[in-house]
Design a protein around this ligand. Structure first.
Ligand SMILES: C[S@@+](CC[C@H](N)C(=O)[O-])C[C@H]1O[C@@H](n2cnc3c(N)ncnc32)[C@H](O)[C@@H]1O
Length: 362
């Protein structure tokens, strides 16, 4: 039996992906604004993990991501598991009641095994929620967790967590487990610093909107555990994370997904070169796509039938994805600005990344 959702390219139907998983029409329009000063940078970062939907589908970001993380140069996947496990014991001291555990972006099953299971053993929550934009990752994560913890309630939630509120319980303790520096994939605007980044602040606020959750009740507590790749003095060490063929293919997959999901039939994804560049002001590695030729094509939103003409100019740079790397201090300041009270922070001994425990404070 085929493991693809569609037997052939002709059968592919973007509406069946659902709104959350289909590439967002407005995000594409904002990423390719004619005026570079108005262009949203990194608007398409979430789409580097997509899996092919039919035989021969060139959208293979998820496959290349699985290869990329196994490279010795991929520090977060290689080095974050011990730090997460160590930090889970710190978090445990705060969790005094049965909890719901929201795994934000669990990724593929080997990642769940290494990054999530050791923490679940320490925290022993009542319920586990796998929240990911990639449906297959949520299903895989739930299968792995069910096998490992037969008594735990598990639920797959395939959504874009940048735009949807999570189904937190009305009372009790919830823990949002957010490793992998995934927050670093959010967009930025030209000329902004990390602290001024409204996309990051709004996302962090959305994560603690708790639908009537009561801070009066001492048993009702809402925690965030977030691990971020740290900004480093050696700029090349940050750029070099993305120069392997596997990393390049993840980012180039964005262009093929655009063509596929938005029915951009005349768009030529191969007419770009990709280069990562460090932006000191926004604390981000920007994934820059330089157009090799001028082209004009139509995109269609399959849910509303809206259409837009996108013009690409030869030699123009488009930042389609971000890897934001704030310092530990910048991250703490951002947590406070967005209504979280930092309780504990830890850096790894090599200064690669930092991890924070914060409590929803407003
Ligand atoms: C960098 S990986 C992290 C994987 C794993 N948690 C780890 O720490 O290695 C990011 C994960 O988040 C998911 N993701 C990225 N953007 C998302 C979004 N906007 N909404 C939901 N999931 C998203 C991806 O599909 C992927 O599984």
């Amino acid at each position: 039996m085929s493991s693809f959702r569609f037997e052939r390219a002709e059968n592919f139907n973007p509406t069946l992906l659902g709104r959350s998983l289909c590439m967002d029409f407005d995000a594409v329009v904002s990423a390719f604004e004619a005026d570079a000063e108005k262009r949203t940078k990194g608007a398409l970062s979430s789409y580097i993990y997509d899996m092919p939907q039919y035989p021969g589908d060139p959208v293979e970001g998820g496959i290349n991501y699985a290869r990329y993380v196994k490279l010795p140069t991929s520090f977060i996947p290689q080095k974050q598991p011990p730090l997460l496990k160590q930090f889970a014991s710190v978090v445990k001291k705060y969790i005094r009641a049965e909890s719901s555990f929201f795994d934000l972006g669990p990724g593929p099953n080997w990642s769940v095994t290494r990054n999530t299971i050791p923490a679940l053993r320490v925290l022993n929550p009542l319920a586990y929620f796998a929240v990911d934009i990639e449906l297959t990752f949520t299903e895989e994560a739930c299968r792995v967790i069910e096998r490992e913890f037969p008594d735990m309630k598990v639920q797959a939630i395939a959504i874009d967590f940048h735009s949807k509120v999570l189904p937190y319980p009305q009372s009790g303790v919830s823990v949002v487990w957010y490793p992998g520096s995934t927050l670093g994939n959010l967009p930025s605007l030209p000329g902004q610093t990390f602290i001024e980044n409204k996309f990051v602040a709004d996302h962090l606020k959305l994560l603690h909107r708790t639908n009537g959750f009561s801070q009066e009740n001492k048993e009702s507590q809402h925690y965030l555990v977030i691990l971020m790749d740290s900004r480093k003095d050696d700029v090349n060490s940050m750029i070099n994370l993305y120069v392997s063929p596997e990393a390049r293919e993840c980012f180039l997959s964005i262009l093929f997904k655009l063509k596929r999901d938005l029915r951009a039939n005349t768009f030529k994804p191969e007419s770009f070169v990709y280069n990562p560049q460090w932006n000191e002001q926004s604390s981000a590695v920007e994934h820059v796509f330089t157009a090799l030729e001028t082209q004009e094509f139509t995109i269609t939103d399959c849910f509303t039938n809206r259409e837009a003409v996108i013009k690409i100019y030869e030699g123009e740079n488009y930042v389609l994805a971000n890897s934001i790397k704030p310092s530990c201090e910048e991250m703490r300041a951002m947590l406070i600005n967005s209504g979280w009270e930092p309780l504990e922070s830890l850096r790894d001994t090599e200064g690669q990344f930092h991890i924070h425990l914060a409590l929803a404070s407003t």
